[in-house]
Ligand binder design. Structure first.
Ligand SMILES: [Zn+2]
Length: 235
């Protein structure tokens, strides 16, 4: 497994790497990468690889068989090539703001009305969170959003820690999530938003909540008994 640089430094915008393999002239595996592969509801990064002055746009990044594969446009890269990589920062930074916003919004719903998160799908323009809640008053949604924006305005620090599985299981509120981790995962990445929220998470986040800006409620949807979905933007 190549080193996933984004797990340690979500603000890494450029990096150097060596090509490990190329399949079908377009699927490139690097020895380390800062490109985020689609996972955990956060979409892939785009950007480019530069080798000997030639640019190869990166149009998709995914995890396949334990490897992070970059789909590039233009043939020519081969194993052993040294590449300089540049991440499309506008896209990534928007997704980081969205990801931190989603954690705050979900935790507010949990605190205010006992909702439990069941999934999220982040986007550059609009994101959604899915949650379970029986007694749901759509009129309340604006109040929840206002509460989330109060949390953001506190400018809480967002930090990333790596803990052993044993340590992670001791954290209140994380147990349920940590239980869902595959048995072989012994190092758990923990994302904390001040003392407000702590979660086992593999995504990229901003350093402080004020970077999120402001959460704007778009719409809510009823997905059946107890299943709800809310769409939001960040401005
Ligand atoms: Zn997350």
């Amino acid at each position: 497994m190549p080193r996933a640089l984004y797990l340690e430094d979500s603000y890494l915008k450029e990096f150097d790497a060596e090509v490990v393999s190329v399949k079908d002239e377009k699927f490139v595996v690097l020895d380390n990468t800062g490109f985020y592969p689609t996972s955990g509801g956060q979409p892939f990064d785009t950007g480019k690889m530069i080798c000997d002055g030639k640019e190869y746009p990166v149009v998709f990044v995914g995890k396949f068989d334990g490897a992070i594969s970059h789909q590039v446009e233009g043939a020519g890269l081969k194993a052993g090539d040294k590449v300089h990589c540049v991440i499309d920062w506008d896209r990534r930074y928007k997704l980081m703001r969205m990801h931190t916003a989603a954690h705050i919004f979900m935790q507010v719903l949990h605190n205010d009305c006992g909702a439990l998160g069941t999934g999220n799908e982040l986007g550059v323009d609009e994101s959604r969170i899915d949650f379970s809640l029986d007694n749901y008053d759509p009129e309340q949604m604006q109040a929840y959003i206002a509460h989330a924006n109060e949390v953001i305005a506190q400018d809480l620090p967002v930090s990333v820690d790596f803990k052993t599985r044993e340590e992670a299981m001791q954290i209140p509120g994380i147990t349920k999530l940590a239980k869902g981790l595959p048995e072989h995962i012994q190092d758990v990445r923990i994302v904390s938003i001040g003392d407000f929220d702590v979660q086992a998470d593999g995504g990229t986040h901003v350093h402080s909540t004020k970077e999120v800006g402001k959460i704007v409620f778009v719409k809510a949807k009823n997905k059946g008994k107890g299943r709800k979905r809310a769409y939001f933007r960040v401005d």
